[in-house]
Design a protein around this ligand. Structure first.
Ligand code: ADP
Ligand code: MG
Length: 244
């Protein structure tokens, strides 16, 4: 088995009095895609935000490549280089062109020379069907194109893993397919990924492991085929039945 890139150990998190993560243990191994599924409000986005250090955990540890990143002594900035996050709402910089959106982090945060950053950005954009759109501003692109730019932007600094939070949820139905195709491409390239999604068919297809989150706890996990055909936990059954 390949080694773990992301390890989550006993992570808890509350917002005020509201416990949102109640002791999460999770591993994402190199080249693996793990899908987190669960009802709205179960804590999926919070978990991704905690792993990317956008939110502070109360207890437990998160490790990347064996190093504890939730230690207060660790610079969040250095961690975010190692993880790439893509949000539901694209979050591109509206005042920057596609090329500048993609090259900003490599150039500013990682000190990659402009020419080199642009060469890599153009290559990645072409691979994700965005050749010719380098000079466009985000508002000139469809939602599907914007989300593919966001994926390329997350990928540009060569992170150790990508965190994808409901990357198709804000899209018109006819644009979902092209973004799922982009995630398939990431998987084919062996990019390590932790994904939250409402697209169960897609989770089943692309994930190596599925984790079902219920009220801040992973109550069931395993092989996608098994989870979707023979869920064991009553809450998993209820959740999947509601989707039919
Ligand atoms: P999911 O992504 O599974 O839908 P979230 O992680 O977004 O769930 O939310 C889990 C719970 O945490 C919800 O009850 C939500 O209302 C609450 N929550 C999320 N973010 C905040 C916040 N910044 N402040 C207070 N409560 C929050
Ligand atoms: Mg969410």
């Amino acid at each position: 088995m390949s080694r773990p890139v992301i390890e989550v150990r006993g992570v808890t998190k509350a917002y005020g009095e509201l416990p949102v993560l109640r002791g999460i243990d999770l591993e994402v191994r190199e080249h693996e895609a793990v899908a987190l599924i669960g009802a709205s409000g179960s804590g999926k986005s919070t978990l991704l935000r905690c792993i990317d250090l956008l939110d502070e955990i109360d207890d437990g540890d998160v490790l990347v490549d064996g190093e504890v990143i939730t230690d207060p002594a660790v610079q969040p900035h250095g961690v975010r280089k190692r993880l790439g996050m893509v949000f539901q709402a694209f979050n591109l910089f509206p005042h920057l062109t596609v090329l500048d959106n993609v090259t900003l982090a490599p150039r500013r945060a990682h000190g990659v020379p402009k020419a080199e950053a642009e060469t890599r950005a153009r290559e990645l954009l072409a691979r994700f069907g965005l050749a010719g759109r380098e000079e466009a501003y985000p508002d000139r692109l469809s939602g599907g194109q914007q989300q593919r730019v966001a994926i390329v932007r997350a990928l540009a600094p060569s992170p150790r893993a990508l965190l994808l939070d409901e990357v198709t949820s804000a899209l018109d139905p006819e644009l979902v397919g092209e973004v799922l195709e982009a995630v398939r491409e990431l998987k084919a390239e062996g990019i390590t990924m932790l994904i939250t999604t409402h697209e169960m068919g897609f989770a089943r297809e692309v994930a190596d492991e599925v984790c079902f989150l219920h009220e801040g706890l992973i109550v069931e996990r395993g092989d996608p085929e098994r989870i979707f055909t023979e869920p064991e936990h009553p809450e998993t059954r209820r959740f999947l039945r509601r989707l039919l």
